[in-house]
Design a protein around this ligand. Structure first.
Ligand SMILES: Nc1ncnc2c1ncn2[C@@H]1O[C@H](COP(=O)(O)OP(=O)(O)OP(=O)(O)O)[C@@H](O)[C@H]1O
Length: 250
């Protein structure tokens, strides 16, 4: 079998007495969408932060693209193509949509080539940004300031910025949130194709989207993976129904 792009082994993290990540093992293989689901506070975002290097693990290991990266900081991980999707909170409100994507494309160059060019005048960056905006359906909003974009448009902009980073894996934390039915359906179609470019570790509360997209689903409850399988296996898993899906049926 092909080697996983990301391999998490026996990873643990505590905040004081609270164990948010408790001996987690998880792989993401080339071309797959691996969804991470679980109730609020289960530790999903913390796991993504551990992978991206935003917080440090207490024990365990993370391998990425064949390298041990557990001791690497965020910048070193980004250089290898491991960055998480930008969040609305990290957008620059006074820049245009295009300006934000150029900023992301430039951050990639800086991490790869180690230099800063003149962002605004660089035609290659403009092209790159426009291509990314085109792909998420925001090309006609390129010149609009972020502060004037709708919430759904900002979420799509985050994805465009992630594309501009050209990562070797996409780490996505609730990309569907706030998109509405139509926006979510469009994003599902987009992510479905995106997986062939780079695999996706996807945290998502929209279970319809998860069941449609995920090749495999891992279920996290109180920092531990309690089940893993295909959509059908997870849908019918008794522990999952009790611990998680049951909440929705209540
Ligand atoms: N920096 C921190 N310091 C202390 N506790 C934290 C910190 N970050 C997260 N936590 C706690 O860790 C637990 C897991 O949080 P996390 O955000 O990872 O869960 P989640 O599964 O992503 O939740 P949600 O689905 O609600 O986003 C929560 O109880 C949270 O309050």
């Amino acid at each position: 079998m092909t080697e996983p792009v990301l391999e998490i082994r026996d990873l643990s993290k505590s905040f004081g007495a609270l164990r948010v990540t408790d001996g987690v093992n998880l792989d993401v293989r080339p071309g797959e969408i691996h969804a991470l689901i679980g109730p609020n506070g289960a530790g999903k975002s913390s796991l993504i932060k551990l992978v991206a290097g935003e917080i440090a693990a207490n024990s365990g290991s993370i391998r990425f693209a064949g390298q041990e990266i557990t001791g690497f900081d965020q910048i070193a991980r980004a250089r290898l193509g491991l960055t998480r999707t930008f969040q609305v909170s990290s957008l620059i409100p006074e820049f245009s949509a295009r300006g934000n994507v150029m900023f992301a494309a430039q951050a990639r160059r800086r991490s790869v080539f180690g230099f800063l060019g003149q962002v605004a005048r660089d035609p290659e960056l403009v092209d790159e940004a426009m291509q990314a905006l085109e792909r998420v359906g925001l090309a006609d909003r390129a010149g609009v300031r972020v502060s004037e974009l709708s919430h759904g448009e900002k979420r799509l902009l985050e994805i465009a910025m992630a594309l501009a980073m050209r990562p070797r894996i996409f780490l996505m934390d609730e990309p569907m949130a706030g998109l509405g039915q139509e926006g979510s359906a469009r994003l599902v179609g987009f992510l479905d194709k995106l997986r062939s470019e780079a695999p996706i570790l996807l945290i998502e509360h929209d279970m319809d989207a998860v069941f449609q997209l995920a090749d495999r689903i891992s279920v996290l409850v109180a920092g531990r993976i309690i089940a893993r399988g295909t959509a059908d296996e997870i849908r019918n898993h008794p522990d999952v129904r009790a611990a998680y899906l049951g909440e929705d049926e209540a």
